[in-house]
Ligand binder design. Structure first.
Ligand SMILES: [Zn+2]
Ligand SMILES: [Zn+2]
Length: 356
């Protein structure tokens, strides 16, 4: 059987607006989500098909590629690492498909710092984020139930995780909503808790995740990796991983936004008569910079396009070379002779006896 078009899957026309596509997906997702239809393989297949269609048609760029007949890479939508949960969160809000039911507690976000050098910050690279976290328990697959144990809906709250209670006060009888004490808000009861995770659905874990560092990051830049945070346990969606970049200082350069400053120093004769400087470049090689005769102290030379990459763009800032003129603090007798001759020629007054 030929694969249905994404438009047919969602039951919308080719000219449907983004809002219509979102509405159609919401309706199908509510009806077919595996949580609403446990064990129903047809519903799950429909749900996946709709999620795939939505993932493509909700993105202008992907949609136009699909319309042209190009293949559209969906990355790790179904890899289980938050792709679907991210998708549902974006469509239904933070509460997910069923609103803020206490059962589906989202896992905590994790913040990890990685250090990169200036070269990696300028051109991008790869870093490894290592962190302690909680992952879904492999024994019970996150359900918290011992394999073979019976999971049933909590009879006291009917699976809602919340109960209404009557309270008497001076003002009369009031109704309030409380977390169900029987299932502690889980909505379900398990006949035997998983021996590995004691029923929590998650276990302590150590993660090592390779992180792509985009060109142009600076200290404090945060990268978000959806779904790589702590497991929500008991089928709650995982939290996100935030990777905060710290750029190691480089003694050759000082950074200001996308510009780099390099400090160089030349002698009096070089400044007066002109010279050439080998300026280090972030790429690793050097560049010859012409310093003209008569260069004054603290003169800045701008080398365009040799600074840092601007984050998210292909352009680069500039490299600014600040040239200082070094005045000797000690001279030899021979150097002093030359300087005294020089002073005489230029009518400069030296107010100190000569070295002997
Ligand atoms: Zn377990
Ligand atoms: Zn309950």
């Amino acid at each position: 059987m030929a694969k249905r078009s994404y438009y047919d899957v969602l039951g919308v026309g080719q000219d449907a607006s983004t809002e219509q596509i979102k509405k159609a997906f919401r309706r199908i997702a509510r009806e077919t989500h595996p949580d609403t239809n446990p064990g129903d393989a047809d519903a799950e297949a429909q749900f996946r098909e709709a999620a795939e269609a939505y993932e493509v048609l909700s993105d202008t760029d992907r949609r136009s590629r699909y319309d042209r007949g190009d293949t559209v890479d969906l990355g790790d939508l179904f890899s289980g690492l938050g792709g679907i949960d991210d998708l549902l969160r974006s469509v239904f809000g933070d509460g997910g498909l069923f609103g803020s039911r206490s059962r589906a507690q989202r896992g905590r976000d994790v913040l990890v710092r990685v250090e990169v050098d200036l070269f990696e910050a300028a051109f991008g690279g790869e870093a490894v984020a290592e962190y302690d976290t909680r992952s879904n328990c492999a024994v019970c697959d996150g359900s918290g139930a011992e394999p073979g144990a019976d999971i049933h809906t909590c009879p006291d709250c009917g699976g809602a995780g919340q109960v209404r209670v009557q309270q008497r006060s001076l003002l009369g009888t009031m109704m309030s909503v409380q977390t169900c004490p029987t299932c502690r808000g889980e909505g379900s009861l398990i006949s035997e808790s998983c021996h590995e995770c004691a029923g929590s659905g998650s276990v302590a874990d150590h993660m090592s995740v390779s992180v792509e560092i985009p060109a142009g990051v600076s200290t404090g830049t945060r990268l978000r990796l959806g779904g790589r945070g702590e497991s929500g346990g008991r089928q709650g969606p995982p939290g996100d991983l935030f990777v905060e970049v710290s750029v190691r200082p480089d003694e050759r350069f000082r950074r200001s936004e996308s510009d780099l400053y390099h400090a160089a120093s030349i002698g009096i004769a070089e400044a007066t008569l002109g010279t050439r400087l080998d300026v280090p470049l972030i790429e690793g090689d050097t560049m010859s910079l012409e310093v003209p005769a008569g260069t004054q102290p603290s003169t800045t030379f701008r080398i365009r396009g040799r600074g840092m990459t601007v984050l998210g763009r292909r352009v680069r800032g500039d490299l600014l070379v600040v040239v200082d003129v070094e005045i000797p603090t000690k001279v030899t007798v021979e150097e002093e002779d030359l300087l005294r001759n020089w002073a005489e020629l230029r009518d400069e007054r030296i107010d100190r006896p000569a070295q002997t």
